[in-house]
Write a protein that binds this ligand. Structure first.
Ligand code: NI
Length: 262
């Protein structure tokens, strides 16, 4: 008769052995495929090391500094930007399209939970389209022009304790957006529109994000933030400063980055 304990022990042993076999098969697979699929293998190797390294390795400490680089997309929500002509609501509105640029994050840790983050990026450029549903000027869907801007954002981040390679955080910050190179496209210019100018904007931002540590230095980061960007556009019509539009850009900002910890 085989006792229950002996049976349980042999099952445990079998699975332990099986696990070891699976792991070594896995490693051999990586070694053989490594030369052919170098990139995949490096990333998989990093993830593998992230899974096998002690979670303590990934703990953020006071004085840690992370630089992240990647894609940052700004997706404006500007459907309610009414154009006012000579003090009267024209019933025309503006929409601003999305744009993706190289985003940079600089993160400095005060302790394992609190950090300060600066978001910087290469200049964004957005097409501005005019919505003229009531055919006031008969320019519905026309490209009004292009605006460029820089949206530096300084945030306080709070990292949650997870004891794993996955580190989620929330953040609250302030944004300063500078618009430049505002220019009407050819069609509105021919209608006598000129001298487009957009005020700088100062507003709050809120975000959620997470780092996934690949090893002690490298990490992947994803974040979603909302930025309150409101600006007033002014322009001239036939040389008179009569055009105005309040634009609530209020974008969602999506970032996917690779980070390096110093
Ligand atoms: Ni707003």
């Amino acid at each position: 008769m085989v006792s229950y304990e002996a049976c349980a022990r042999s099952i445990t042993l079998f699975w332990r052995k099986r696990k070891i076999t699976l792991l070594s098969e896995f490693n051999i697979f990586y070694l053989t495929k490594g030369n052919i699929l170098m990139k995949t293998s490096v990333i998989n190797g990093l993830i593998l090391s992230a899974l096998t390294l002690s979670p303590l390795v990934f703990a953020n400490q006071a004085g840690d500094f992370i630089i992240r680089g990647g894609a940052t997309m700004i997706d404006p929500d500007s459907d309610k930007s009414n154009i006012v002509l000579a003090g009267t609501d024209s019933s025309m509105t503006l929409t601003v399209d999305d744009n993706t640029q190289l985003g940079l994050n600089f993160v400095y840790f005060y302790d394992s939970n609190w950090a300060v983050e600066l978001l910087a990026a290469t200049p964004y450029s957005h097409d501005v389209t005019i919505q003229d549903k009531n055919a006031v000027l008969g320019v519905d869907g026309a490209n009004l022009g292009e605006v460029s801007h820089l949206p530096p954002t300084l945030s306080a981040l709070y990292y949650f304790d997870t004891n794993t390679a996955f580190k989620p955080y929330i953040g609250l910050g302030i944004n300063y957006t500078i618009f430049f190179d505002e220019e009407f496209s050819a069609a509105p210019k021919s209608l006598g529109l000129s001298n487009l100018e957009l005020d700088s904007s100062f507003g709050l931002s809120a975000q959620i994000g997470a780092d996934f540590h690949l090893d002690e230095q490298w990490s992947l980061n994803a974040s979603i933030r909302y930025i309150d960007i409101d600006t007033e556009a002014t322009f001239e019509v036939g040389g008179a400063s009569v055009g105005k539009a309040s634009i609530d850009v209020d974008p969602m900002v999506y970032s996917l980055m690779l980070g390096y910890k110093f």
